[in-house]
Design a binder for this molecule. Structure first.
Ligand SMILES: Cc1ncc(COP(=O)(O)O)c(C=O)c1O
Length: 446
């Protein structure tokens, strides 16, 4: 029995826990019973349970059996701040300092003009063509070639777009290839829809093309999902060369590309969207959540012409359409150029905050670009991601454990730090100082 078998069984059980098939506290089948059912050995089941215990998903007791554990708080990459004495480094969102006032003023202005009856009814093709045209304008600014507004579909943010594409372009049981460190919301969709994650090895330039080919041969994934700009969590932006190498693989094999490029507005140099390289085999996702506000829930998919009807029918059948009222507001922001100005203001804040963090973490090893919203920090020797996250939380510092982003099963020792969720610059500095002293502390780390 190879190592892969027990890992597969563990993944299967983990998916069942995620979708609620096994609830918190449920007893898992005895080793022998499950081994007979799966046509394997009790030893393989013991190894699978061992792996799940290491990951904190189950607890085993001699004589009593194995039980599903409550989902650890650490698994929540995004933590809610409870009071003013906490510093939230866990949420990737725009910095709300003056931003909310600007946005509020715009909303008031826009809402006063929402008189078109069409905005209040059911709209054919799951959205107004003028809203799709504004989406096309935003995508052009992000380096995406879109030939006509009909090629754009409107969604309730990028999360919705990802879930539609995974559901429509793969089947239960299929593998989905992703970066070995990736956005947890994506991993949740894959597991919730009964697909399997194939984590593709990365180097300091992002997904390794040869590793994608290898995964293709081993698992025949239905699609590969890439986050080409300021990747969540590693902050890597794929070079033009890496984009071309990965796109060439998509062209060569029967594989869809889903490009989620919602951080592209942070790029200092204009980039070519990957979808331009393989337009007939790719979908490109954008949203206004990171540049303007997640509260708008405005997302866009640029799809190949051949797939528009299928996608529109799916959106119609599931939600009819995302709110035209919010898309009218978003379209006004884009057409008046305010969206670009607000996004640029956020980019400037990110640059300023990266400079502050660089000073505070001069002794630390981390990855970030000058304009990233976040840092990907390698913890000093002795710290594990979960133990650091818990210790930091006790001190009011909310950070995201690297384990939450990891597709593998080893313990990790990196954390993601968002520099944008704390509104006030002075509070950010105080929080960074506290984090820095914790990182340097000579304390019992386990
Ligand atoms: C890579 C990535 N994709 C999608 C999302 C979700 O975006 P939205 O709010 O538009 O659904 C996030 C949010 O953190 C993200 O980091």
């Amino acid at each position: 029995m190879g190592e892969a078998k027990y890992v597969e069984i563990a993944q299967e059980i983990e998916s069942k826990i995620d979708i609620g098939h096994y609830a918190e506290g449920d007893k898992l089948p005895a080793h022998r019973a499950l081994a007979d059912e799966l046509n394997t050995t009790p030893m393989t089941i013991a190894k699978a349970y061992g792996l799940l215990s290491e990951k904190g998903r189950i607890e085993s007791f001699v004589g009593r059996g194995s039980f599903v554990k409550a989902k650890s708080q650490l698994k929540q990459a995004i933590q809610s701040q409870l009071d003013d004495r906490e510093w939230n480094f866990s949420i990737l969102q725009p910095c709300y300092a003056e931003h909310v006032e600007t946005l509020h003023a715009h909303l008031q202005h826009s809402f006063a003009k929402l008189t078109k009856p069409a905005l209040y009814g059911y709209i054919e093709d799951s959205g107004l063509i003028s809203h799709k045209a504004a989406g096309m304008q935003w995508m052009h600014l992000q380096g995406v070639t879109v030939r006509s507004p009909e090629q754009v579909l409107l969604t309730n943010g990028a999360q919705h777009a990802l879930s539609i594409l995974i559901e429509l372009y793969s089947k239960p049981g299929d593998y989905i290839a992703v970066d070995e460190w990736t956005y947890p919301g994506l991993l949740s969709i894959v597991s919730l829809l009964g697909r399997k994650v194939a984590g593709v090895a990365m180097d300091d330039q992002g997904m390794i093309p040869e590793a994608l080919v290898d995964i293709y041969h081993r698992h025949k994934p239905a699609m590969v999902i890439l986050l080409p700009s300021h990747q969540n969590p590693t902050t890597i932006t794929l070079s033009q060369q890496r984009r071309e190498q990965l796109a060439e693989i998509v062209q060569r094999y029967p594989l869809w590309l889903v490009e989620d490029d919602i951080y592209s507005f942070l790029n200092t140099h204009p980039t070519q969207a990957m979808t331009n390289l393989v337009p007939e085999k790719s979908f490109c996702i954008h949203s206004l959540s990171k540049a303007i506000s997640p509260g708008l829930r405005c997302g866009y998919i640029k799809a190949p012409q051949s797939q528009i009807d299928r996608l529109s029918a799916f959106i119609r059948a599931t939600i009819w359409l995302p709110s035209p009222l919010m898309f009218e507001v978003a379209s006004n922001l884009i057409e008046s150029n305010q969206a670009v100005e607000m996004a640029e203001a956020q980019r400037q804040i990110a640059c300023r905050r990266q400079r502050v963090a660089r000073k505070q973490f001069a002794d630390q090893v981390f990855h970030a670009q000058d304009s990233s919203y976040h840092l990907w920090l390698q913890l000093p020797d002795g710290w594990q991601a979960d133990s650091f996250t818990l210790t930091a939380k006790e001190r009011g510092l909310l950070v995201s454990s690297g384990n939450y982003f990891y597709t593998g099963s080893d313990e990790t020792s990196s954390i993601r730090l968002s520099l944008m969720a704390i509104t006030d610059d002075a509070a950010l500095e105080t929080g960074l100082t506290a984090l820095s002293s914790l990182l340097n502390a000579k304390i019992d780390k386990n």
